[in-house]
Design a protein around this ligand. Structure first.
Ligand code: ADP
Ligand code: MG
Ligand code: MG
Length: 913
């Protein structure tokens, strides 16, 4: 598990090493490094080395390894040795190229590229055309006989360097550029001629001077050092940190820096740049897939400045280059034995490879690609199991739009960038998305509509239900990021005009404002007017079943679902749940017909009154249990006795006071007034300062034994009834929030007594267990004692995390963002199980409990039961089962299978990150 600070020993180790090799050269068919060295060279550097060694056309250069970045993070500078090795490598590069950096008639220009171990697309920075200055730009113009190209490259350098290194906001440059386009009546960036670009350069320089009080640095070596350090710093920018947090990547890794000779895709119409995949990353279909732009450089393809062309078109324009590209990328895929995502540039009809990596893909694609690669003999079935991220299986469960019930008006069709359906209200900025999307119960579905997204939008994309862009392709930022998130996205819907200033979306002569409803179909790319409803998906995809059938034989953990009502139980079983791990009975009390009886029970002032109310609840509760038992025929069902503080079933104190005040003013004689006053008094009596630690859990059943009695009766009467019909029932009665053996004994005695009573009355017996939830640290500590009475344990890790950290689950969001930003916590412990602390309690309680009762059944039923890394931990501790929400059952099944398979096969999860 990643820790967020570097251990002391590590610091010493790195600093004492005298002969660290910081810089790795690649070029001329040979590289110092290779594809395995992702830790040192980062993914990009390792890929460049591997491609060079394979004899592919890669512009030469060198990689400064991640150690230097970690040094930079500690001291805000790198050691002299790094500088020395860099100068040495640069001299070597200059020799190989027969050029000098930024000097002479044929100046060497380089790119300075970030690249960490795990790819973080667009999160860190890259600078192109470094080495250009007022002099070398003229040499480049002369040499290429193409002044437009030279000035275009220079203005790009000032822009990128200005933004990344000098931290000047992008819009300051964009304003200048757009104004120039307007002035020259240019539609596209390529419409600006050399003279116009020269003017842009002059104005860009003014922007630099204004912001930094200094001139744009002219010395190429100074440019290089500054750019290198800026790339190191970009590891720590907010976007990158945020990305690492949601993808569970350690902050300590650092990035490598690649310095590479430039090749130019902006040299005219026989040049260009592009990106592609060896298979379709949305569907997994084996087809050459990608986009390119002629006369363009670097990010142009993905940034959406112009709409790119499908890669198959390249075959018509430059057939030889196309064939070479196909041949190379096919080789790369075979070599890496995985789908590749590559970047290339064509300079004057010559192809250069600039990057290759295992491509990100949707869950649907991951499954299809894995199966096809097994069929092609590229990978084994065992490997295929690890080619799908458990969380990605969610894609099979994404909804579709219900188009039967309403008239569908398609506004536009864009690219099906990420599958699924989204229905929501339009927002135009990421901040607005966050503001409108709300939290918890008050969640509003919003769809983020942008001309194109940038890494700055990531927080908005995270909360939106769907993303719509008017520009950009299948490899645009919006497309790549949403696929990673498993979120519906339609990209490049060119008929739509997004006007940020007025916050409007115009299409087909209609104007849409923030708050208007639209529906997206990410599987076909359609944008539909209005609020459609969506249909639940089917989880019986044959390919999904196939991969699960390879994975499942490894699985040791059982997977159950948390379900309170028959409908959820049926759903869970369809997804493969092998029982219910948590059936919360209080949810059964909220129904319209039940709440009045529940309130009567709470308001009762004597046991007799309370019993009368409970009697009314009994048949209702029994009916619910019958439904769940039937759905789970043959599987165990864990039913928890009443857990929440009683006031949750009563109206809020403030609301009551208002209602009373209104009545007093309008109808002071109303008989209702008396009832309301009684209710208010009871609400005030039940008031607790800290209800989460208050009168709840087994404390309720101990103070009001008749509640547990009624619930036990409902459970056993239902169980006996369905058992008589031939349904196989295995009820497991679970007592919440115990901390002591005596609490457990007290409740178990009631349950066992009632069970016997019912069995006798009905002359029919069923097997059952009585156990407890472990959700207090004390319970974990005395687990050996509690196990004397408890026949099973189930870790309620939501409460256990709350009580172990002393964090209130409902208020933790006040501190969590700071804790995560500061690296005090690496992850939200309510989302990903804290192995170090809470995990230790789980391990200990399991061991102690089983010492007393060797066949103790142990499971987990908190949110963590469906989170892959937590599931892996449960496997390692040797739990019997995990239980999670129905929609996470598939994920938990695969995660549990992977955990067991990697044990057995001794492989480290070779997943794509
Ligand atoms: P990212 O990690 O964001 O993709 P890259 O370092 O790959 O950033 O570079 C950004 C863009 O610049 C890519 O399109 C890449 O192909 C291009 N690029 C990088 N280095 C060079 C180079 N030496 N010559 C030409 N284009 C380059
Ligand atoms: Mg790249
Ligand atoms: Mg609890």
């Amino acid at each position: 598990m990643a820790t967020s600070t570097l251990p002391e020993t590590e610091i010493e180790k790195t600093e004492q090493k005298s002969a660290t090799k910081y810089v790795y050269f690649f070029g001329g068919g040979k590289a110092d490094g290779n594809g395995k060295m992702k830790d040192e060279l980062g993914g990009k550097g390792a890929g460049l080395a591997e491609m060079t060694n394979a004899g592919l056309p890669v512009p030469p250069g060198f990689t400064i390894q991640t150690d230097a970045c970690r040094e930079y993070m500690r001291h805000n500078s790198v050691s002299k040795e790094v500088d020395r090795q860099m100068e040495e490598a640069l001299a070597h590069l200059e020799k190989v190229q027969a050029q000098k950096l930024g000097k002479g008639e044929n100046p060497l220009l380089v790119s300075v590229r970030s690249g960490a171990k795990f790819s973080m697309p667009g999160m860190m920075d890259t600078i192109l055309n470094l080495g250009l200055n007022d002099e070398s730009v003229e040499s480049l113009a002369k040499l290429s006989n193409n002044p437009r190209f030279a000035y275009d490259s220079y203005r790009r350098l000032i822009q990128m360097f200005g933004n990344v290194v000098l931290e000047i906001p992008k819009p300051d440059f964009d304003e200048v550029f757009d104004a120039k386009k307007k002035q020259k009546k240019a539609k596209l960036d390529t419409d600006l001629n050399a003279a116009a670009l020269k003017e842009v350069i002059a104005e860009y320089k003014k922007v630099v001077k204004k912001h930094t009080k200094k001139d744009f640095p002219q010395d190429p070596h100074e440019q290089l050092v500054m750019a290198r350090d800026a790339v190191f710093r970009s590891w720590q920018n907010d976007r990158a940190k945020h990305y690492r947090r949601i993808n569970n990547i350690s902050d300590d890794l650092g990035t490598a820096v690649n310095v590479q000779a430039m090749v130019f895709g902006n040299l005219g119409e026989t040049s260009g740049t592009g990106v592609g995949f060896t298979r379709n990353p949305a569907t997994g279909v084996k087809e050459f897939y990608g986009e390119f732009l002629l006369n363009a450089q670097g990010e142009d393809v993905v940034s959406g400045v112009r709409t790119p062309v499908h890669i198959l078109e390249l075959e018509k324009i430059m057939p030889e280059v196309y064939n070479q590209l196909r041949e190379i990328t096919t080789r790369l895929e075979k070599h890496y034995r995985d789908m590749q995502d590559f970047e290339f540039t064509i300079q004057d009809g010559r192809l250069y490879m600039l990057q290759t990596r295992n491509g990100k893909r949707t869950g649907l694609a991951a499954v299809k690609v894995a199966i096809q690669m097994v069929e092609e003999g590229l990978i084994t079935k065992e490997e295929a199991i690890f080619r799908v991220e458990p969380n990605q299986l969610y894609d099979f469960l994404v909804p579709r739009l219900d188009e039967k019930s309403v008239k569908v008006e398609v506004l536009a069709t864009g690219l099906p960038a990420s599958p699924g359906a989204a229905v929501g209200q339009i927002v135009f900025t990421a901040d607005e998305a966050v503001e409108k999307a709300g939290h918890g119960a008050k969640k509003n579905p919003v769809i983020l509509v942008r001309a194109e997204t940038t890494p700055e939008d990531i927080h908005g994309m995270e909360v939106a239900v769907g993303i719509l862009t008017s520009r950009g392709g299948m490899t645009s930022h919006a497309a790549v990021v949403t696929r990673g998130m498993g979120k519906c996205c339609v990209a490049g819907a060119g008929d739509i005009e997004v006007i940020e200033k007025t916050r409007e979306m115009r299409v087909k002569g209609q104007v849409f404002k923030a708050g208007d409803w639209i529906s997206l179909d990410g599987t076909t790319g359609r944008v539909i007017k209005g609020k459609l409803s969506s249909l639940p998906p089917k989880a019986d995809d044959p390919e999904l079943n196939k991969i699960m059938s390879w994975a499942e034989p490894f699985r040791k953990l059982r997977v159950r679902a948390n379900a309170d009502i028959p409908r959820d139980a049926i759903q869970a079983r369809a997804f493969g749940a092998e029982g219910i791990g948590l059936c919360r009975t209080e949810h059964m009390f909220f129904g319209e017909e039940k709440l009045p009886h529940m309130r009567a029970m709470i308001l009762a002032s004597t046991e007799k009154e309370r019993r009368a109310a409970l009697k009314k609840l009994l048949p209702l509760q029994r009916k619910d249990f019958v439904g769940v038992f039937r759905a789970m025929d043959g599987f165990p069902v864990t039913i928890r006795t009443l857990d929440p503080p009683l006031h949750e079933f009563l109206p809020r104190r403030e609301d009551l006071m208002v209602e009373i005040a209104v009545l007093e003013a309008t109808k002071p004689k109303a008989p209702k007034l008396k009832d309301l006053r009684t209710l208010l008094r009871r609400v005030e009596e039940l008031h607790e300062f800290n209800p989460m630690l208050g009168h709840r859990g087994c404390r309720l059943g101990i103070t009001y034994p008749e509640i547990t009695e009624m619930q036990a009766r409902a459970i056993f009467e239902a169980a006996v009834a369905v058992s008589k019909e031939g349904v196989k029932v295995f009820p497991e009665v679970m007592i919440p929030l115990t901390a002591t053996l005596k609490e457990m004994a007290n409740q178990a005695a009631i349950v066992n007594r009632v069970a016997e009573e019912v069995f006798k009355e009905k002359e029919h017996k069923v097997e059952y267990l009585v156990g407890t939830m472990i959700e207090l640290p004390r319970a974990a500590l005395v687990a050996d004692e509690i196990a004397k009475e408890a026949q099973f344990f189930s870790f309620g890790t939501n409460d256990l995390t709350q009580t172990t950290f002393g964090f209130s689950r409902d208020d933790v969001n006040k501190v969590l963002p700071t804790y995560l930003a500061e690296g005090i916590l690496k992850q939200d412990p309510f989302a990903v199980l804290d192995r170090e602390g809470v995990g230790q309690l789980i391990r200990m309680a399991t061991e102690r409990g089983r010492k007393t009762r060797p066949n103790l059944k142990v499971g987990i039923c908190g949110e963590h039961g469906g989170e892959p890394s937590s599931v892996e931990f449960c496997h390692q501790v040797g739990l019997n089962y995990v239980s999670c929400s129905p929609f996470r059952v598939l994920t938990a099944r695969l995660a549990a299978a992977q955990a067991a398979a990697s044990d057995k096969l001794k492989v480290e999860g070779g997943r794509t990150k």
